[in-house]
Design a protein around this ligand. Structure first.
Ligand SMILES: Cc1cc2nc3c(=O)[nH]c(=O)nc-3n(C[C@H](O)[C@H](O)[C@H](O)COP(=O)(O)O)c2cc1C
Length: 504
């Protein structure tokens, strides 16, 4: 044999040995023993099965190097992201549960699993499973969960789903991943689900039980019992009974209650007003409220970031007025409407919603407060111009007055104007003008300076006020007024202008 031929043969043999060793390493991990074809039983009557795939033997006893365990509240919990979600779904729906296990372990080193998964995906392989239920006949709904691997679902998911005739069944995909959305895997899932109906998938990331529950409700897989709904919206048993009775008698106020909470606010409630249309709002109702005693009521309107199209609860997620207010009166219902503009429509919606609360809840009419920040201040000033009789006091924050003045002066509604001297958006001049206009109207009524000072406060803050609180922007810094005890204390004070008001 020629020398070069001999060398080529040796090289080929070395290459073949390497390929065999590599294949052995990638595909001949230890066999998984003890896998069971039995499902974990859920509710007796269930026709749903939660199936999930997650590689075995990696997370146990510690955090998987590639799986941030982002969904687990305890990062050292010995279950995977996908398993966590699968168990949430099982807990919420009462479905049966099954863990898809491959015949052999994937390598615990990330690159080992990654290489195996990549080859499986590239060659569209179907890894052998250690066990699977004999039949899925009893199920109508199959939830299928998996981590995203190489921008699709792991091939073992295909092995499982293709192993059954899924005609007439509904497949509900869910996934976990670091970045990828579930869309990347949907073509594959549809392909391996045969003639089943496949719903749009849901990626669960940094989410908790509440998010999973909200998703299941959205897709109609979870119906809340009346009792669950009552608990979530903070209704006491007696209130719930009254609401149920109203519902039965056809007198139920037209409200769709929110199903999620954020820092004790029930978010995304909708009041379907006959005159003002659908009005979205978030509401905090103290646990102690049972309707037997009158409570104060506070309406807070947000700046631009908090309008409804900015996202559900964007208002209370970006401003603290609704939370700081709780420190001044623990018997106060707080409503944070999420409207869609700063003009007339939103003002009318605010009034309609306020009237709804005054009607439906036991409210102390001498304690109805309002505030508006930035654009919300414009809206709220229109509200005050239209219905000052509904309020006890109003705080206008970093804004301008767009409403009528005369009704406010006639009503002698106490108003506090707070703004930065160099507010980047409005400047302080419009606020000064609004204050002067109301003061002039009070002068006409013959009020003394002392009386006017009880009804009107003009608080123009110097730049230092903001910089001392680590805020360079005066307009955005209006949010700091929520923490200012002098300002908030004025709004919720019992004294203020009541005496002057009575003299009108
Ligand atoms: C082999 C492999 C490939 C992965 N590919 C992706 C990917 O393409 N996109 C992504 O966002 N995450 C990817 N990940 C991250 C996992 O999807 C993510 O960590 C997931 O939450 C793990 O779930 P588990 O704990 O149930 O295994 C990959 C992880 C592995 C192990």
């Amino acid at each position: 044999m020629k020398k070069w031929k001999k060398r080529a043969v040796i090289e080929l043999i070395v290459l073949a040995v390497l390929v065999v060793l590599m294949s052995w390493y990638l595909f001949m991990g230890r066999r998984i023993t003890g896998a069971d074809d039995k499902v974990v039983s859920g509710d007796e009557e269930t026709h749903s099965l939660v199936v999930y795939f997650s590689r075995e033997g990696v997370v146990s006893g510690g955090v998987d190097a590639v799986s941030p365990a982002s969904l687990n509240s305890n990062p050292y919990e010995a279950i995977s992201d996908t398993e966590t979600v699968a168990k949430m779904i099982q807990q919420l729906t009462g479905a049966d549960l099954f863990h898809i296990r491959t015949d052999r372990y994937y390598r615990s080193a990330f690159w080992g699993t990654a290489a195996t998964a990549w080859i499986e995906e590239a060659l569209n392989l179907r890894p052998k499973l250690a066990a699977k239920p004999e039949s899925l006949d009893k199920y109508d709904v199959i939830y299928i969960g998996y981590p995203i691997w190489w921008f699709t679902a792991p091939m073992a998911v295909g092995t499982f789903l293709e192993g059954y005739d899924l005609t007439g069944k509904t497949v509900v995909p869910f996934c976990t991943s670091t970045d990828s959305g579930i869309d990347v895997s949907m073509d594959y899932i549809r392909e391996v689900s045969g003639s089943a109906t496949v719903l749009d998938g849901y990626r669960v990331h940094n989410s908790g039980l509440e998010d999973v529950s909200a998703w299941l409700e959205r897709i109609g897989m979870l119906e809340q019992t009346d009792e669950q709904q009552d608990i979530e919206v903070g209704l006491t048993k007696s209130e719930a009974d009254i609401a149920d009775a109203a519902l039965k008698s056809g007198e139920c106020p037209d409200v769709t209650e929110g199903t999620e909470t954020y820092r004790n606010f029930v978010i995304d409630n909708v009041y379907h007003s006959a005159d003002a249309g659908d009005i979205h709002y978030n509401v905090y109702i103290p646990e102690s409220y049972d309707g037997s005693r009158p409570y104060a009521l506070y309406f807070t309107l947000p700046g631009y970031e908090g309008l409804y199209f900015q996202g559900v609860a964007a208002n209370i997620k970006s401003e603290e007025f609704g939370f700081e207010a709780q420190k001044y009166n623990d018997e106060m219902i707080i409503v944070a409407p999420q409207l869609n503009d700063w003009g007339e429509t939103s003002a009318d919606q605010t009034i309609a919603l306020l009237e709804y609360f005054l009607e439906e809840y036991n409210i102390d009419r001498s304690k109805v407060y309002g505030n508006g920040f930035s654009g919300g201040g414009e809206t709220m000033s229109i509200v005050m111009g239209k219905r000052p009789d509904l309020f006890t006091a109003y705080l206008q924050v970093s804004s301008q007055w767009d409403g009528a003045y005369e009704p406010v002066a006639e009503q002698r509604l106490p108003v506090y104007f707070a703004i930065g001297r160099n507010d980047e958006y409005y400047g302080a001049e419009p606020t000064q003008r609004a204050y002067d206009t109301l003061r002039a109207l009070y002068e006409k009524q013959g009020l003394s300076d002392d009386e006017m000072d009880k009804l009107l406060v003009l608080d123009i803050k110097k730049h230092d006020y903001f910089t001392e609180r680590n805020m360079s922007n005066e307009h955005g810094g209006g949010g700091l007024f929520a923490y200012d005890e002098e300002i908030m204390g004025w709004l919720f004070s019992d004294e203020r202008g009541a005496a002057v008001q009575e003299g009108r």
